[in-house]
Design a protein around this ligand. Structure first.
Ligand SMILES: [Fe+2]
Length: 238
């Protein structure tokens, strides 16, 4: 089993290092070059590549320094808004970097070009699309787009591990508790990573189609995408 290194950066961002061969790693997102370089150096690792989930500054700010100091390959989906991309990916691409097998999953909603990465069929890096117990804000996409993106992720195997781009877990659990009396208590601290199975059972946004959530929002006859839209609006005001 591959051990993922979690780097906490800039308050609530998560950056990850995924092993791809002896002493080689891939970074997922790159908001803080110093934090990545320290972590890599401490363990005498080589940064081979960076996978970017989307173009927001807190996910890409370290790119220039990381490229200059390591020569790593930079991979992402949005060449118009991310300079320095060596490889541009779209939906459902399969790539190998060293020993890691990577599949891209386009996930518009938070931004129009957001992408998630499934590595070795067992680790999913969701950027700002899915958080533990939550989902990203709709900066560019529609609620229906985000709902479809989340649904694509939710159909992965239950034991796929979920590594999100931010730690918003406590707030997401409080929000679910404000909607559902049966939600997890505020004191719940799910571990990082969570899993697709945990998210399907507990993430209120993924449960927008359930009778329980529809009833709680007095939307018994609404379709799941509309219920999701209402949940997202409420969370924006929460
Ligand atoms: Fe973002």
């Amino acid at each position: 089993m591959n051990t993922v290194t979690v780097i906490e950066a800039m308050g609530d961002n998560y950056i990850y290092l995924y092993p791809c061969g002896e002493n080689n790693v891939i970074a997922i997102d790159a908001g803080d070059a110093g934090a990545i370089l320290r972590s890599v150096k401490e363990r005498s690792l080589q940064l081979k590549a960076i996978l970017l989930t989307h173009h927001h500054w807190d996910h890409i700010t370290g790119l220039e320094e990381l490229k200059r100091t390591t020569g790593c390959e930079i991979i992402g989906s949005d060449p118009n808004r991310i300079a320095l991309l060596d490889r541009v990916v779209s939906d459902s691409e399969i790539m190998a970097i060293g020993s890691a097998r990577i599949k891209t999953i386009a996930a518009p909603g938070h931004t129009s070009s957001s992408v998630c990465y499934l590595i070795d069929s067992d680790s999913l890096f969701t950027g700002d699309t899915m958080f533990i117990g939550g989902c990203g804000r709709l900066f560019e996409g529609s609620a229906d787009q985000m709902w479809k993106s989340l649904n694509k992720l939710s159909t992965l195997a239950d034991d796929v591990k979920v590594y999100p781009g931010h730690d918003y877990t406590a707030e997401n659990i409080r929000f679910a508790g404000s909607i559902l009396s049966t939600a997890l208590p505020d004191s719940t601290k799910p571990s990082l990573p969570s899993t697709i199975g945990w998210e399907n059972a507990n993430n209120i946004f993924l449960r927008a189609g359930s009778d329980e959530v529809r009833t709680a929002l007095s939307m018994a006859n609404a379709d799941a995408s509309s219920v999701f839209c209402e949940l997202r609006k409420r969370k924006d005001r929460f």
